[in-house]
Design a binder for this molecule. Structure first.
Ligand SMILES: [Zn+2]
Length: 174
């Protein structure tokens, strides 16, 4: 996802302020959309955990979401439809990837082909929010520290890559 950042930033700079807010909100929505299944439980009178982390955390739904995202964003953002579909699917999939890397039961990555098989990283990097186990609130502090540390690492890596990209000598002169 972050590999797209320089191109995304150039693209964002081209938009009007209103459109930039809209595309920003759309990307934020795409990043969180897989967890909308948590709303289902309270809607039917059961707990948040009852429908959470189900088929919405699969690559199939990510692809379908990407297509919808592309079609909706195309109405206000002047970019190639394929790029928008890719952006939506990548943002959605990054959420699934982070859940895959989190402590917990894993994700239904290949639903509906393997509807009952959950996939989890052999080495969890993240503590996760842990709604489903009623963890004490202090574990949320650990989650915040854990996620912030990861965000700092990603930020440093992306800064380094961006700086190298700017200072690298051009080989295309012939
Ligand atoms: Zn999730």
């Amino acid at each position: 996802m972050l590999a797209f950042w320089p191109a995304a930033r150039r693209s964002l700079a081209a938009g009007t302020t209103r459109r930039r807010w809209l595309i920003g909100a759309a990307i934020l929505f795409a990043l969180m959309a897989p967890d909308l299944d948590a709303v289902m439980g309270p809607l039917v009178g059961t707990s948040i955990a009852s429908y959470h982390n189900g088929p919405t955390h699969s690559l199939m739904v990510a692809m379908a979401f990407g297509m919808l995202f592309g079609l909706v964003c195309k109405t206000f953002w002047p970019a190639d439809l394929r790029a928008l579909v890719l952006l939506g699917a990548a943002a959605y999939t990054s959420h699934i990837l982070l859940d895959w890397l989190s402590w917990g039961p894993g994700v239904l990555l290949l639903w509906p082909f393997l509807p009952d098989t959950r996939f989890a990283s052999p080495v969890p990097l993240f503590l996760g929010v842990r709604h489903s186990v009623n963890a004490p609130w202090t574990t949320h502090l650990l989650t915040v520290a854990n996620d912030s540390a990861f965000a700092i690492v990603v930020w440093i890596v992306s800064r380094t890559i961006a700086r190298r990209g700017r200072t690298a000598p051009s080989n295309s002169g012939g």
